[in-house]
Design a protein around this ligand. Structure first.
Ligand code: HEC
Ligand code: HEC
Length: 394
């Protein structure tokens, strides 16, 4: 028996980065605050799996799938042998461990991809933004969460296996995955360290991280919002908007409905409200919109296509659910969901010269213009004098 290199550097780097990405993704899975990191970790895991698939054919002996290509039956048989303490030692992956590896690779892809599509529908962010509506994506979101739980169970099984094997064969398998070395017969195939591949893998990950946090994330925090955030702890969180697919837009609608006030995105009211508003456009809150037939038709079509009934966003879904079927509100600010969400805002905040009107959505929602109304893009502005004093603090 001699000390032999079994796990090459890229395999070890892959193993520990995948493991820590999974752990960190769990820790960052709740709420908006860490979402840009959570999503980054998901993409990182997808990239790592792609690397591992290639390395499974091109890596050194024990990293190749051919060295641990066992079927489910062999995995079960080995498990039985372990329970009777007669399991033979495998220098590379044993049959049960191999099965866990394949399951974890497949699950990383499944959980990663469902996550990417969920982000696109639940938050309208990322490369799949707009593929599915908020309502459509809810089942997928549950699959994403269940998949992550199932994966956690497989990870727990994998760790148990490592501990049991380590005890059974009196060798520290976790340490071997760090150092790469194990005791082995002289005729055991030796791994090549492949430091260059490991360095390239590391550079690729760092490069991706740099690109992600500097370019892909729309930090979109202006100076004033930043000071408010420092002062109050509330404020905008970075968005994942790197392939900036926005909600559908229409120039005519923007021109015609954005001339007196900022546009109200169609997803904020049900279809019947927009129909009523356009039918009564000569008495639009005291004004006559005076749009001709063709303009009315195009603007109305755009509003109907993206109305709250279409559940494009979380807000759309919740507004539509909150309005009783017999009601046709003409004000967003009268829908039960809106009222509920804004109930706790203090009178002083409404009186703030930066707000003044309930309909001044953009005062508190920096993404009001594109209609997304993300939690992360919301902040109640402080009165200007206070902002100035906050800005002067170090
Ligand atoms: C001639 C000016 C004018 C134009 C053009 C105009 N509006 Fe208005 N709109 C108003 C006024 C005035 C109010 C009432 C504002 C208030 O009370 O806060 C209002 C209010 C609204 C509200 C209610 C906001 C709330 O409190 O929830 C909606 C929705 C709305 N407009 C949609 C539209 C749409 C859609 C168009 C384009 C078809 C449009 N507006 C074009 C003047 C206009
Ligand atoms: C004075 C600031 C302010 C104004 C003006 C305002 N909002 Fe809000 N809005 C908030 C705050 C604060 C919340 C968060 C409430 C909570 O989460 O409990 C919120 C929550 C929301 C939500 C729910 C978001 C989510 O994901 O939970 C929607 C949708 C929304 N606002 C739409 C609007 C629209 C549409 C307008 C304009 C007609 C508007 N708001 C005007 C402060 C404001």
């Amino acid at each position: 028996m001699q000390r032999t290199l079994i796990w090459d550097l890229p395999t070890r780097l892959f193993h520990w980065t995948l493991a820590s990405s999974f752990a960190l993704a769990w820790l960052t899975s709740e709420g908006d605050r860490w979402r840009s990191i959570h999503v980054f970790l998901g993409y990182l895991m997808l990239g790592l799996v792609v690397f591992r698939l290639i390395w499974g054919f091109t890596g050194s002996h024990f990293s190749r799938f051919s060295s641990f290509w066992f079927g489910p039956k062999e995995a079960l048989d080995y498990l039985k042998q372990v329970t009777t303490k007669h399991a033979p030692r495998h220098v590379g992956h044993n049959p049960t461990g191999s099965l866990a590896i394949y399951i974890l690779l497949v699950m990383s892809v499944a959980v990663g991809l469902t996550g990417v599509v969920t982000l696109g529908g639940d938050e309208q962010q990322g490369i799949t933004a707009g593929w599915l509506s908020f309502a459509q994506v809810q089942t997928l979101k549950q699959l994403h969460e269940l998949g992550a739980i199932a994966m956690l169970l497989v990870v727990a099984g994998h760790i148990t296996g490592v501990v049991v094997e380590s005890v059974l064969h009196k060798e520290n398998l976790a340490r071997a995955m760090v150092s790469g070395f194990k005791m082995a017969e002289a005729d055991t195939p030796k791994a090549t360290a492949h430091p260059l591949v490991a360095v390239l893998l590391l550079l690729a990950m760092l490069g991706f991280g740099g690109w992600w946090f500097y370019y892909a994330i729309d930090k979109n925090i202006d100076n004033q919002a930043w000071h408010i955030k420092m002062e109050t702890g509330v404020g905008e969180e970075p968005h994942v908007k790197f392939v900036g697919k926005q909600l559908p837009d229409n120039k005519l609608w923007r021109d015609e409905c954005g001339s007196c006030h900022a546009v109200f995105y169609p997803a904020l009211l049900p279809e019947r409200s927009w129909q009523k508003m356009m039918a009564e456009q000569d008495q639009h809150f005291g004004s006559d919109l005076g749009l001709d037939g063709a303009t009315t038709a195009e603007v109305l079509q755009f509003m109907v296509d993206n109305s709250a009934d279409k559940h494009l966003t979380e807000a759309a879904f919740k507004i539509e659910q909150s309005v009783p079927k017999a009601h046709t509100p003409l004000r967003i600010t009268e829908t039960p969901y809106w009222v509920e969400k804004h109930r706790e805002i203090a009178a002083a905040d409404w009186a703030n010269p930066l707000v003044l009107s309930k309909s001044n959505c953009a005062a508190c929602h920096s993404d009001a213009d594109d209609g997304s109304f993300e939690d992360g893009a919301m902040h109640i502005p402080k009165a200007p004098a206070k902002v100035a004093s906050a800005a002067s603090q170090p």
